[in-house]
Design a binder for this molecule. Sequence first.
Ligand SMILES: [Zn+2]
Length: 361
Amino acid sequence: MLRFCMIIAFFSGLIMTFSGCVTVTDNAPRFERLFCWGAPWSEQQAQRYASAGVTDIMVKNHNQYLLAKKYGMTPYWQCFTPAGPHRQVMTPEEEKYHDYINGKDLDKKLSKAERSKILDQRRIATNHRYGGEMVRDFDTLNTEIACFNSDTDFSLSAQRLDTLLKNVPADVAGMYIDYIGYMNHNGCYCQTCLAQYQQYLADRKLADSSENKTAFYRHKIVEYYNKITGYVKSKYPHFKFVVHIYPDFKNDPLYGNRTPADYCGQTVSWYFKFTPEKIRQYTQFVVNRARDHHNFVQGLPFIGLNPQSTSSLAHKTPQEVEEELQIILASGGRTLLVCSGSAILKDGYYEVFKKYCTPKR
Ligand SMILES: [Zn+2]
């Protein structure tokens, strides 16, 4: 079907070109929805987001909610991240690496600039990927995540959700969710998690193996998503959830369609660029396999974008972003999720998003 549509699009483009009315580009497909991982912090920003084609946006307070509504964007209230009684536990080697890329050994008196310079050097030298797919034997986040598996009665998570939703306007579309995953891209090795793993094996009469470990830790992520969405929907039945599947889960990067995310953002190009072929393959999976497990899920191709070229987080030029958008469109993507959202507002990038994400005039 996709191939058929592309052939039709090609010929209709050709005909229009020969007639001399419009260019092939005018007939090219565009994105129908642009989800922004960023909030409107001023009226000027809200206006610029909307004119770049942003249709769906996170809001963190009542003023931002009003701005989103004023400029015709669908607001989602706040972003939930995991809660637990302690942070996740990694292997000693991973803990050591985490300390190193965070400069735990550095002199506290170093200036912020000196400290950043050293951390950037360390992260570049070790191929640190900030939670995206790793390119070394192991990698960890530079940040920390609470062990949500240890919030066994869901009380801490419920408390956090209640706080986030305390002053929620009645007609927001839902909320954003982030950081449901593991700091080391594999699993947490605290006593609670290890005991739960043994119970999981015993209940299913399974042996301890790397495949079963992957299945267990993935199961715990999906279970946590189910608890979050179930709890919120018990109070706000109309809520929709915009999710970025993050950090990367090493042994099954595209597991996101197992989660009950209404809008499931899965990375098709990280801040560190993926090859065109990989962007193509991932986009096709994210879009075409979105409903393998739930019939209400819409898969959102996610791209990471850093407009600054001065840190260890990779950089993309506006032209490189345009090439990625073209690949995603050619692979069947009609929705897009972008982080950082504020990059959409920068000169050069703004024009690219406007070109591909606003309705044809
Ligand atoms: Zn744990």
